[in-house]
Design a protein around this ligand. Structure first.
Ligand SMILES: Nc1nc2c([nH]c(=O)n2[C@@H]2O[C@H](COP(=O)(O)OP(=O)(O)OP(=O)(O)O)[C@@H](O)[C@H]2O)c(=O)[nH]1
Ligand SMILES: [Mg+2]
Length: 130
């Protein structure tokens, strides 16, 4: 089984972050993003996924963390980006549940295991996320 590359956008606004419920994942929350297609690079996939899923054009973003994740069902290379500036009003174009939560409340939400190290960093020092 080959690795699937995934580009993920962590939208930050003041001390809040945008999270959404994946379509088949009952109580699992996630940051918007998705699989990198064959012909595209990671940033291209990030821009495409954020436009498709959240309806925004990302303007200011920076690479945050790379996570390699292996389970019985999947092998993922996840590229997390912090997004501080965008054009458009974020909402779930796919009709998924989405909310803005304070970063310090991330501990109350279930995320995929692969997100653990990212969630830990996000909770740790809010100020460096600018
Ligand atoms: N979007 C997103 N996917 C994540 C996160 N953490 C994580 O392990 N994943 C995993 O990355 C894989 C790809 O994500 P995805 O399902 O959103 O991919 P996609 O948008 O291209 O698929 P879709 O178009 O079928 O919804 C899934 O196995 C998903 O569980 C996350 O924070 N956000
Ligand atoms: Mg997705």
């Amino acid at each position: 089984m080959n690795y699937t590359k995934v580009a993920i956008g962590i939208l930050l606004k003041k001390n809040k972050v945008y999270i959404t419920k994946g379509k088949y994942k009952k109580n699992i929350w996630e940051f918007p993003g998705g699989k990198v297609k064959k012909h595209e690079n990671i940033v291209h996939a990030l821009k495409r996924e954020l436009l498709e899923e959240v309806g925004i054009l990302i303007l200011k973003f920076r690479f945050f963390k790379y996570v390699k994740y292996i389970s019985l069902k999947k092998k993922l290379k996840l590229y997390f980006f912090l997004i501080n500036k965008w054009k458009g009003e974020p909402y779930s174009k796919e009709g998924h549940v989405y909310i803005w939560i304070f970063l310090y409340n991330l501990k109350f939400f279930n995320f995929p295991l692969a997100n653990d190290s990212v969630i830990h960093l996000l909770k740790k020092d809010i100020h460096f996320l600018k």
